[in-house]
Design a protein around this ligand. Sequence first.
Ligand SMILES: NC(=O)C1=CN([C@@H]2O[C@H](COP(=O)(O)OP(=O)(O)OC[C@H]3O[C@@H](n4cnc5c(N)ncnc54)[C@H](OP(=O)(O)O)[C@@H]3O)[C@@H](O)[C@H]2O)C=CC1
Ligand SMILES: CC(=O)N[C@@H](CCC(=O)OP(=O)(O)O)C(=O)O
Length: 363
Amino acid sequence: MIDLKVAIIGATGYAGIELVRLLLRHPEAELTYLTSDSYTGQELAAVYPHLTGLLQSSLALSIHDDGVSTLKAIDVHTIAQCADVVFLSLPAGLSSALVPQLLEQGLRVIDLGGDHRIPADLYEAWYKKMPADAAIFRQAVYGLTEIARTKVAGATFISNPGCYTTAAQLAILPSLQAGWIDGRRIIIDAKSGVSGAGRGVGLGTHFSEINENFKAYKIGAHQHTPEIEYHLSLASGQDTCVTFAPHLVPMTRGILATSYLPLQSKACGQLTQEQIYETYQEFYQDSPFVRIRPIGQFPQTKEVYGTNYCDIGLYLDQRTKQLIAVSVIDNLVKGAAGQAVQNLNVMYGLDETTGLEMSPLYP
Ligand SMILES: NC(=O)C1=CN([C@@H]2O[C@H](COP(=O)(O)OP(=O)(O)OC[C@H]3O[C@@H](n4cnc5c(N)ncnc54)[C@H](OP(=O)(O)O)[C@@H]3O)[C@@H](O)[C@H]2O)C=CC1
Ligand SMILES: CC(=O)N[C@@H](CCC(=O)OP(=O)(O)O)C(=O)O
């Protein structure tokens, strides 16, 4: 029994409340401090009534009825007294001031936001915000778990990847590392459910704007573009440049990314569909959350709903000399809270799947 005491800063957001859901059934974690900005002093179950009666029961759930479920303001010193590890789930630009303070208190930190995923010059250019301290950025381990397990295992500070970037990179990296594709001409066409935009209300996400509608947004300007390029380049050792086109679809959860990967001329005519399937299978053979679909089958968002899976389907288009990779995740689980818990598990030497063993909710 490890008994990790866990604080969540930003527990009332969509990613934060997904962390609560997952950690309540995590056998080694105990929630000890939950923060909110707008609801301090209120009970979490008053803000999220679906949790009524779930926070105070004892055996199956680890949160205790000692005031923990009352939402608090951020107080680094109090957090240091009651937690071992802190999840940050805040809007962009807020984590960079907090992380140094939390690390100084000896806490381990997992940041779900984008403040420490890319170097300062890229962050400033794409987020249009003040970047994090360079020394703290260097301390951050980019937690795409399947690729960074060894580093995550020894880390004190994890920068959790973005949702689109998780789906795209897991689908692209095996081909890039195999040397099959030209990394400078990748196209990623991705669609997300609306929960990806968080709980805040806005014109772009309210019902009549979203329902029976389908739109592209931030083409050429999305903050995940440099994240994908930077980390694919680091992991593969090849210069990578992507055209990234995100879209919003009228569903709550889920991301589907279709990546168009141009084949290198030496790979054209030689690669087979079977070889691609086997290479991907082998690449992810020790990764319980990545499922490679049989040849000819493409995954759907519903097939990973509520889970930490990333499912990938592949098609070798000999006619256009491209490999087409379709990947799906649940943006709030593998795209945010689930991967953060997966990283927590690896960080503390637990089985990677602890607390994440659920099967998809279907239909
Ligand atoms: N939603 C998703 O699918 C994904 C989100 N992420 C990242 O996770 C982070 C959280 O996203 P998400 O949950 O969607 O966002 P939400 O807008 O739903 O939640 C934001 C949280 O931050 C709190 N908060 C907002 N402003 C402040 C402030 N000034 N001081 C302290 N707390 C504040 C809010 O508190 P309150 O509401 O109580 O005022 C809330 O708990 C973001 O960095 C996002 O990019 C990453 C991957 C996927
Ligand atoms: C549908 C939607 O709006 N999605 C968000 C992505 C959420 C996410 O992962 O953002 P961070 O990189 O900031 O953590 C967006 O496009 O900005």
